[in-house]
Design a binder for this molecule. Structure first.
Ligand SMILES: [Zn+2]
Length: 381
């Protein structure tokens, strides 16, 4: 060959026509693969090399996008995001919204107040980290807007992923009652928020109702709607801000929204202007099986009229052999024998993909079932 450039050009053309007109088996499989997301935290003390190895392993298993929790420092996301990109993974930043530890940036009076008048900062519900902010405060919104905008401006970040974008659980999921030694047969004031002056006054102005004088606030429908709207308004303002940076924004939500999310945590998420929804379809927390995952996936897709992707969040059991004897529901979840069916139920009922909580809880048996299931769509066609 006299002209090496011509040779390269011909070779490229050959390659192009091959892939364009005759897709390889690998590409067909890729096209039919179920999109897979995964919630993951880090980086801790890991080196770049250690992160790279882990990300490449996840990519090989079939994960496409990481929902990465690395605190609030944009530089952490720049560093880890670069490695994710090199591994061929999408990169969304998973950062809690309404739950915030006290820092000098956050005023004490921004924390939510329960029906007994107690601050979530001083006396959080259930667990020490349940320090929820009040969604009425402009300072709270400004803090969140600033924090998420700085992260969204990092080039390697594809999307902002909100979590804990809600009120504290006024009712806990049924599977958690024993753990906290509670019977949550109705709404109790110590778990019911927010009764701060800003929230109760704004509600009074809007409806004429003094909720502090109500015999049973849980029976006042307007008070429920008012609080759904507080969260919805905050989400939609954040969505406008993040979209202005050219990035996407989505959220982890409770299942439903009608069956669980509204009742337990006051999320009317079908009204949120987000790019995707990640319902945490954690069946074991509700003492349900894999059929339930299908039912709540269908409910989610129907609620948003199929207009946005619903990614079905699946809770993985880290030690399947011990599931039956394990007391703590946090260690329950899908065993390998259930994982394939959970994925199938999600996809058959309209999910766009699935999200693993978490890849680090997956055992070798889980990965075997998983790899088979994510290509099942291709096998069915
Ligand atoms: Zn409030």
């Amino acid at each position: 060959m006299k002209n090496p450039f011509l040779f390269i050009l011909l070779a490229l053309c050959g390659l192009c026509s091959l892939t364009c007109s005759n897709p390889t088996g690998k590409e067909t499989a890729k096209k039919n693969k179920i999109p897979v997301y995964a919630w993951l935290g880090g980086p801790g003390t890991s080196t770049d090399e250690e992160i790279r190895e882990k990300f490449e392993f996840y990519k090989e298993q079939g994960i496409d996008v990481l929902m990465y929790n690395g605190g609030q420092d944009p530089e952490v996301y720049r560093r880890v995001g670069k490695i994710a990109r090199l591994a061929g993974l999408g990169f969304h930043t998973w950062i809690p919204t309404m739950v915030q530890a006290k820092t000098p940036e956050i005023a004490e009076e921004w924390y939510a107040i329960n029906g007994l008048g107690e601050s979530a900062l001083v006396k959080p519900a259930y667990v020490d980290y349940y320090k929820f902010l009040c969604p009425s405060k402009e300072g709270v919104y400004r803090f969140l807007e600033n924090m998420y905008s700085r992260v969204a401006r990092v080039e390697e970040v594809d999307a902002i992923h909100l979590d804990y974008i809600r009120f504290p659980d006024v009712i806990l999921a049924r599977g958690l009652w024993d753990k906290y030694k509670l019977v949550m047969d109705r709404e109790y004031p110590q778990y019911d928020y927010c009764y701060c002056e800003d929230c109760t006054e704004a509600f009074k102005q809007q409806t004429g109702i003094d909720i502090k004088k109500a015999d049973d606030p849980s029976q006042v429908e307007e008070w429920k709607s008012f609080r759904y709207d507080l969260i919805t308004r905050l989400v939609n303002r954040l969505a406008d801000t993040i979209h202005a940076t050219g990035k996407q924004i989505n959220a982890a939500v409770f299942p439903g929204p009608g069956s669980v999310a509204k009742k337990l945590v006051r999320q009317e998420w079908d009204k949120w202007k987000l790019d995707a929804f990640f319902p945490m379809n954690y069946n074991d927390f509700y003492l349900e099986g894999t059929d339930w995952i299908g039912a709540v996936t269908k409910e989610a897709v129907t609620a948003i009229e199929g207009k946005k992707p619903v990614i079905s969040g699946l809770f993985i059991c880290p030690d399947p052999a011990k599931k039956a004897s394990e007391q703590d529901p946090e260690n329950h979840g899908l065993v390998p024998e259930e994982l394939g069916e959970a994925i199938r139920q999600s996809m058959m009922n309209g999910a766009t993909g699935i999200c693993l909580f978490t890849p680090e809880r997956m055992t070798e048996k889980h990965w075997v079932v998983f790899r088979e299931a994510i290509y099942r769509k291709a096998n069915m066609e």
